[in-house]
Design a protein around this ligand. Structure first.
Ligand code: SF4
Length: 252
């Protein structure tokens, strides 16, 4: 009898078909024409500039099918976290009355952010102050443990920058949101453990990130390149950057 499961290459063939479908779906998605506020804490301003300008990534650096699956799983897990927090009696609002996502748009729509949720109310026993921004991330076990040990501000400064900016920019829509600490949830993708942390508003960080956004827009409009973060292409950030070739072939 034929053993179909052990037919050589079946997993590879199916995976390749899945990846091709996901990559084709992604290719159909129009590129962002704004600077994502969730990205403004990225270490390198030049990389943010490339991202905003929609510069083509180096060969082989576009998101693979696997990366796209990782993002999709993260989104699904965030939906689960919403269910779990609501089951714990948190009044977590994730959609506006018209069904749209909460978010903000500044600098003429060129800087935007979408909010995971807002905790409008919570049981008194939890000791939360509301309204509070809710931000949720999924992580592998190593990153999750580091976040638990050091706190999100130290372990994941990009997320801390995102939270500060979102608190600042959402204040006009949700008065009081910046006066209350944000609630940060991290899901351990390997173990299903949950981490929750209160993040007080850091006005200085929000201002620095907002200034950074403006600097990136202005430099891009003026056709100027912002400085590199690294002194050479072996610098840590540069080794993992999707624009390494482009960046290091351009003037400093
Ligand atoms: S290669 Fe390095 S300096 Fe250039 S954009 Fe990427 S991270 Fe920034």
């Amino acid at each position: 009898m034929l053993d179909y499961n052990h037919r050589p290459g079946i997993a590879e063939r199916i995976n390749a078909a899945v990846d091709a479908a996901l990559e084709a779906e992604r290719a159909e998605t129009p590129p962002r024409d704004y600077l994502g506020a969730s990205r403004l804490g990225h270490a390198c301003e030049r990389a943010l500039q490339f991202e905003f300008a929609g510069a083509s990534k180096d060969e082989g650096q576009d998101f693979s099918g696997r990366s796209l699956r990782i993002f999709a799983i993260g989104h699904e897990l965030e939906d689960l976290a919403i269910r779990w927090l609501r089951a714990a009696a948190l009044d977590l609002v994730t959609r506006k009355r018209d069904g749209g996502q909460f978010g903000f748009s500044v600098a003429g729509g060129r800087i935007r952010g979408h909010v995971d949720g807002i905790v409008a109310e919570a049981p008194a026993a939890l000791g939360l102050r509301t309204p509070a921004l809710w931000e949720c991330k999924t992580m592998n076990a190593k990153n999750w443990r580091e976040t638990v040990a050091k706190g999100v501000t130290v372990a994941k400064p990009v997320y801390a920058a995102q939270i500060a900016l979102y608190q600042a920019y959402m204040e006009a829509m949700v008065p009081g949101i910046s006066a209350n600490p944000a609630i940060f949830t991290a899901i351990n993708k390997d173990t299903a453990e949950l981490h929750h942390e209160l993040v007080p508003f850091d006005a200085d960080l929000a201002q620095r990130m907002s200034d950074r956004g403006v600097r990136i827009l202005r430099a891009t409009d003026a056709g100027e390149l912002l400085p590199r973060i690294g002194a050479n292409r072996d610098f840590f950030e540069c080794r993992f950057c999707p624009w390494t070739e482009r960046c290091w072939s351009l003037p400093a």
